[in-house]
Design a protein around this ligand. Structure first.
Ligand code: HEC
Ligand code: HEC
Ligand code: HEC
Length: 428
């Protein structure tokens, strides 16, 4: 017994020593080659990870609209409300940080009516200040800002043509929203699809060389990337062939002018670098009323808060919605997953809009707005996904009301920031 223990004790320091040497060597390699070894994540990309680990999605849902039901006591007029979406385009960076850290922003906590309805709900926003570090909270808010952005870009004509093309041609599906870091890619050099920023992007495009960028987009790979090699070994070729997901060649889909617009846009993103929440909300190139209200000095205020916002068109349009639509598309019931009581949801549409990849309300373009097709439809056409609204025995809208709606949309579908509508009809 005794001798055996002694032998073990003699080996122990040696094992520890060897372990330490190995760990030190590992650390050195990691420090020296970290850029080459590890994927390069943007704040928003890391924030998504934190959101997954912190259970944000279990209450708020994955998408921009759905959240878990939030029951209230029997005495309350509303038996079930819903946890709001995490992606609220009205929130500023400061408010995002406060929601996550404190469970409620200071200003909200002072509103008696808000606190009363919050108290009545079963689920409340937890405060994460003790669970998450300040950098983690900052990353989370970058992720939330990025997703708020997506919601608003989809509903407003973006002045940046390159960004519009990038979105239309699915660049963000692989490279991440706004090129902020893409999906996993088994078999590729670093195991993921890089974003449109940082060291990886610079390495793959020779520091944003315009000709290289044209080649990547037109051919799905650049000549430089594929042809650089030594002693008969071509790493670019090797990884390009081996990776599970390959970059599509866009030369038959995009004109030369389109590609140039996208290249300009990519260089703009490269210049901006990995986007923080502040940068995302500042960068947003929208003429959205809420954005201008939040950043009066941002210079994007030209078309916003025009008289039409509070004008008669909005008042008439909302009255129609409140009287004829909200009982099925409001806070209580969301037929087809569609709510018409606040801007983001009303513009975006529900399950059908998602299926046909069209916005319910396309500001400035009533012809392309699904909602208009539905209120004008004479009869149901399931093959074309068209359903007359309001359905069944509910009275249809008059021609005048339909015209009012079209005029409002064609004039830009102005909707005062933060305004929520309330159903005036009985909920059936
Ligand atoms: C237990 C359920 C629950 C969890 C988990 C949760 N939330 Fe919330 N959250 C809520 C509720 C409920 C509200 C509405 C405000 C209230 O009543 O507290 C809310 C509100 C918010 C808001 C404000 C939304 C708006 O439109 O004003 C944000 C932003 C938010 N949560 C982000 C997060 C993030 C990020 C996480 C993960 C770190 C998270 N939430 C985790 C329930 C939750
Ligand atoms: C199906 C997924 C997919 C789509 C869609 C896609 N790419 Fe890529 N892209 C890739 C892959 C994979 C690579 C190779 C990355 C590597 O070799 O590590 C790549 C590489 C690139 C590169 C080289 C630099 C970098 O950061 O990766 C550029 C630039 C690029 N893509 C631009 C675009 C643009 C612009 C679009 C839209 C017009 C687009 N991509 C659409 C998958 C995609
Ligand atoms: C009695 C309930 C009811 C009323 C009232 C109603 N809808 Fe609907 N709505 C539905 C149902 C159900 C669907 C799903 C399609 C179907 O099955 O008919 C739908 C779908 C829609 C959609 C497609 C949403 C999607 O999935 O993208 C739009 C747009 C729409 N309605 C607009 C309106 C408008 C505008 C009004 C008021 C003028 C209105 N609806 C009134 C029940 C209603």
């Amino acid at each position: 017994m005794q001798t055996k223990r002694k032998r073990e004790l003699k080996w122990f320091p040696l094992a520890v020593g060897a372990g330490l040497v190995l760990a030190a060597a590992g650390l050195l390699v990691t420090v020296l080659f970290s850029e080459e070894i590890f994927p390069e994540y943007s704040p928003a990309h890391r924030g998504l990870q934190v959101a997954r680990e912190s259970g944000c999605f279990s209450c708020h849902g994955e998408g921009p609209q759905q959240g878990s039901p939030n029951p209230t006591p029997k005495s309350s007029p509303v038996r079930f409300s819903a946890v709001p979406s995490m992606f609220d385009e009205r929130l500023t960076v400061e408010e995002l940080l406060q929601w996550i850290a404190d469970g409620i922003p200071e200003e909200k906590a002072q509103s008696g009516s808000f606190m009363a309805s919050r108290e009545a709900n079963t689920l409340r926003m937890p405060a994460f200040a003790d669970q998450l570090s300040a950098p983690e909270i900052a990353d989370l808010s970058s992720y939330l800002a990025l997703m708020q952005y997506r919601v608003s870009v989809a509903t407003n004509p973006s002045p940046s043509k390159g960004e519009q093309l990038a979105r239309q041609y699915a660049c963000f599906s692989c490279h991440g929203e706004l090129g902020q870091g893409g999906i996993h890619n088994p078999g590729s050099l670093k195991g993921y699809i890089p974003g449109f920023f940082g060291t990886d992007f610079r390495a793959l495009t020779r520091n944003g060389d315009r000709q290289d960028l044209h080649q990547w987009i037109e051919n799905g790979v650049s000549d430089f990337f594929i042809n650089q090699g030594f002693a008969g070994f071509y790493p670019g070729q090797f990884f390009n062939e081996r990776q599970a997901i390959k970059m599509p060649a866009y030369k038959d889909l995009l004109t030369d002018t389109d590609v140039t617009l996208i290249v300009d846009y990519l260089l703009e993103l490269l210049e901006a670098g990995p986007l923080t929440a502040e940068a995302i909300l500042e960068y947003r190139p929208l003429a959205s009323s809420t954005h201008a209200a939040r950043n009066p000095e941002s210079g994007a205020s030209d078309t916003t808060e025009s008289p039409g916002v509070q004008g008669p068109l909005f008042a008439e349009a909302t009255q129609i919605l409140e009287n004829h639509c909200l009982k099925c598309h409001g806070p209580e019931k969301q037929r087809s997953g569609y709510r018409l009581d606040y801007l983001e949801a009303a513009f975006k549409g529900g399950e059908i809009a998602q299926f046909v990849e069209q916005a319910a309300i396309e500001p400035g373009d009533s012809i392309r707005s699904l909602l208009i097709r539905f209120i004008e439809a004479e009869e149901e056409d399931p093959m074309e996904e068209i359903y007359p609204m309001p359905p069944g025995d509910n009275p249809r809208l008059s021609l005048e009301q339909i015209e009012t709606f079209k005029d409002w949309i064609d004039a830009g579908a102005q909707w005062p920031s933060g305004r929520k509508l309330n159903p005036t009809q009985k909920i059936e």
